[in-house]
Design a protein around this ligand. Structure first.
Ligand SMILES: CC(C)(COP(=O)(O)OP(=O)(O)OC[C@H]1O[C@@H](n2cnc3c(N)ncnc32)[C@H](O)[C@@H]1OP(=O)(O)O)[C@@H](O)C(=O)NCCC(=O)NCCS
Length: 409
């Protein structure tokens, strides 16, 4: 099979995902995505007419994100009408899956130059959302009860014995690392400033991090998902915590440890990664920064939902003929603190090599956009730290994990 080369990866800043509060929230998500695509074009110098497809992840699919936001963003960017776009949904892993599919197209020899990435404006979620993961399908809900992800994260903490202090300590480290990375300008290489429709600057830096976060000031935050656990899913006679007890009777009473300070931030953002074949790169004078060595997915039990990053990483390593000792750096999406704590425990990897620039607890997790952002961050880290390999993994709704191994060229 051919290699798939990453020429470059860019992203918007992550704006706070609250209407009127977040600096990107006045923009349509398509407008932001279009600016990120043009940012990638300008940075790499690629002629957009050579791009065969733009594959974007988006975890919403309704309202402002409806239908095929990838094609609409290509048109919004002013790119030739010959450039197609396709939008896919793998919940939080959508953007990573989009880059992985871009790589698959190139590796298989079917495509030469594809953009993978994603977009999500959590400030503009539509009230037309279907009811939960089961999409109003009560039959599925009975077959596989599923609960909101924050409850799943609390379930992981309960089953694994992670205390409130464990998750808060992790969150403080995420904030500390992210602030250091921002102060050192480590994200500057990938950041595309985003402008409002009137030409004024909307945002040129991540606005979710909270400098000065300490264990002490997280102590007073109330658990976010305790009350929710007592709610009934629409059309159901049992509250979420009873569903949890049905599938995980061994958990006993849930220990609700997650709150606003140790859960991923709700933000707006967009990302784009240019993936091409070696032949294409050489023909067009493009210099690769990394190659995609292996991709994988894994499925686990859907109620606990967030436990598949380790199985996906294991499968990815195995298919690549590698072991964890071959990986220099890990980017594991900080959906919730317990997700990364469990990953490190399951894989027996040390925090010193995981999420070295902080993660979504500090920076935010713009669902469909995050995968492309993490892959770009990993490329920057490999160069900065002069390392060779990184493994990126994410948990997703429905109990799935996505994984990608990249290697510097
Ligand atoms: C946990 C969650 C419900 C909290 O939402 P929220 O209450 O709107 O969170 P906010 O960021 O507005 O924070 C609320 C308050 O907590 C406090 N707070 C948050 N982070 C803090 C920190 N690091 N230090 C101190 N206080 C903090 C602040 O008082 C803040 O209020 P302020 O913004 O007015 O200062 C939300 O972040 C969430 O759902 N995250 C997960 C998203 C998700 O599920 N993604 C998919 C993953 S699978």
């Amino acid at each position: 099979m051919r290699e798939a080369w990453i020429i470059d990866a860019v992203r918007s800043p992550r704006g706070r995902g609250k209407p009127g509060v977040g600096s990107l929230s006045n923009l349509h998500p398509q407008r932001c995505m279009a600016q990120v695509l043009n940012g990638l074009k300008d940075k790499t110098g690629i002629d957009p007419s050579l791009i065969e497809d733009v594959v974007l992840g988006c975890g919403t699919g309704s309202g402002d994100h409806a239908h095929d936001i990838a094609r609409m963003s290509v048109l919004d960017a002013g790119w030739p009408i010959s450039v197609t776009g396709v939008t896919l949904h793998r919940f939080c892993g959508s953007g990573q899956q989009a880059v992985n599919f871009a790589a698959t197209g190139v590796m298989s020899g079917q495509q030469e130059a594809v953009i993978g990435g994603g977009v999500e404006f959590m400030s503009r979620y539509s009230p037309l959302h279907a009811n939960g993961f089961h999409a109003n399908n009560e039959h599925l809900m009975r077959l596989h009860p599923q609960v909101p992800q924050g409850i799943s994260a609390d379930l992981i903490a309960t089953l694994e014995g992670f205390s409130r202090e464990d998750v808060d300590r992790y969150a403080v480290e995420s904030q500390t690392r992210a602030m250091k990375s921002i102060e050192d300008g480590r994200f500057r290489n990938a950041l595309i400033p985003i402008y409002n429709d009137d030409g004024t600057l909307a945002l040129d830096r991540d606005e979710h991090p909270r400098p000065g976060t300490t264990l002490e000031n997280l102590k007073d935050l109330q658990p976010s998902f305790a009350k929710m656990a007592g709610f009934h899913a629409e059309g159901f006679d049992r509250p979420f915590n009873e569903m949890v007890q049905q599938v995980y009777p061994q958990a006993g009473k849930l220990n609700h440890v997650h709150h606003a300070g140790n859960s991923s931030g709700v933000v707006d953002g967009a990302s784009a990664v240019l993936v091409v074949s070696p032949e294409f790169a050489k023909a067009h004078g493009l210099k690769p920064r990394a190659k995609i060595r292996q991709i994988a997915t894994a499925g686990t039990e859907p109620l606990i939902m967030l436990t598949a990053p380790a199985p996906a990483a294991q499968r990815c390593l195995q298919k690549a003929g590698m072991t964890k000792a071959d990986i220099d750096l890990w980017e594991i999406n900080e959906a919730f603190a317990a997700v990364v704590l469990k990953f490190m425990k399951d894989m027996d990897v040390d925090h010193s090599t995981v999420n070295v620039d902080g993660g979504a607890i500090a920076l935010g997790h713009p669902i469909g956009a995050t995968g492309g952002m993490l892959i770009g961050t990993a490329v920057d880290q490999l160069e900065r730290l002069d390392k060779q390999t990184a493994l990126i993994a994410m948990c997703t709704g429905g109990g799935m994990g996505t994984a990608t191994i990249i290697e510097r060229v």
